[in-house]
Ligand binder design. Structure first.
Ligand code: UDP
Length: 240
């Protein structure tokens, strides 16, 4: 994927990739592996913003299905993303990479509050900024949080690192004939309800013309491959 003009990216990692082979929670060894990939992207000259989901620990909607109040569940989900952010910060700092965690829900003893101008300064100084707690509001997702921060921080790309290697026309787990898009428009994703990110996140990227690169972070070295144009991914962008 030729992305020559990319200076600043927002990398969104689903919470589930932090589980490694576990069923739940955080596998520190796997997080350390992910941190190496993130470091390599930064060492390659990029400014890196990170957003990590919370699905490996808690999802509000799952709690609601079991009788928990949806908003309470969503706040619990947002707190889960803070735990993940701290785990990633720890792993990055072990590699000597300076990072700051900024939370959309202020918790001053744990991390910084989200302040856009301050985040900007951190990036200029070569630090990685991890945005935690999604948007800070229930009924949203960390995908939308990622799209929002990507727009606010003027990122050139939103890279979604997940368990599948791109966007398919149907679910590849259930349909062996499913085929992967190399490129697909925001409009097609939205009208066909393709499983990339939630519609709010895709619409926000469309509005701000931020391409979304969907790729698998499960294979080692894949982030670097995708950034260098040798990887497998789908790019969601406007119609040419
Ligand atoms: N969440 C929320 N508002 C946000 C972001 C996240 O309420 O702006 C909650 C929501 O309950 C969500 C959970 O945090 O299910 C974990 O985030 P998400 O499901 O996006 O994580 P991922 O699927 O990326 O691991």
């Amino acid at each position: 994927m030729p992305i020559p003009d990319t200076k600043r990216i927002l990398l969104k990692l689903s919470g589930e990739v932090l589980m490694g082979e576990q069923e739940y929670g955080i596998d520190p060894e796997y997080v350390a592996r992910l941190a190496e990939e993130v470091k390599a992207a930064k060492d390659g000259g990029l400014e890196v913003c990170l957003v990590i989901g919370g699905g490996n620990i808690f999802r509000g909607i799952a709690g609601a299905a079991k009788g928990l109040d949806r908003t309470t569940g969503d706040y619990m989900g947002m707190l889960a993303t803070v735990m993940n952010a701290l785990a990633m910060q720890n792993a990055l700092e072990k590699l000597g990479v300076q990072t700051r965690v900024q939370s959309a829900i202020p918790m001053s003893s744990v991390c910084e509050p989200y302040i856009r101008r301050r985040a900007e300064r951190h990036l200029e100084k070569g630090r990685i900024v991890i945005f935690a707690a999604g948007t800070g509001n229930p009924f949203f997702t960390t995908d939308t949080g990622a799209a929002l921060r990507a727009a606010e921080m003027n990122c050139d790309l939103l890279m979604k690192g997940t368990s599948v290697d791109g966007v398919y026309d149907s679910d590849p787990k259930h349909n062996p004939q499913a085929s992967r898009f190399e490129r697909v428009s925001y409009d097609h994703v939205l009208s066909q309800n393709l499983k990339v990110m939630d519609a709010t996140a895709v619409a926000l990227c469309r509005e701000n013309d931020i391409p979304i690169v969907v790729f698998s972070i499960r294979e080692k070295g894949n982030l670097a491959r995708v950034l260098s144009g040798e990887g497998v991914q789908t790019i969601v962008q406007k119609d040419n």
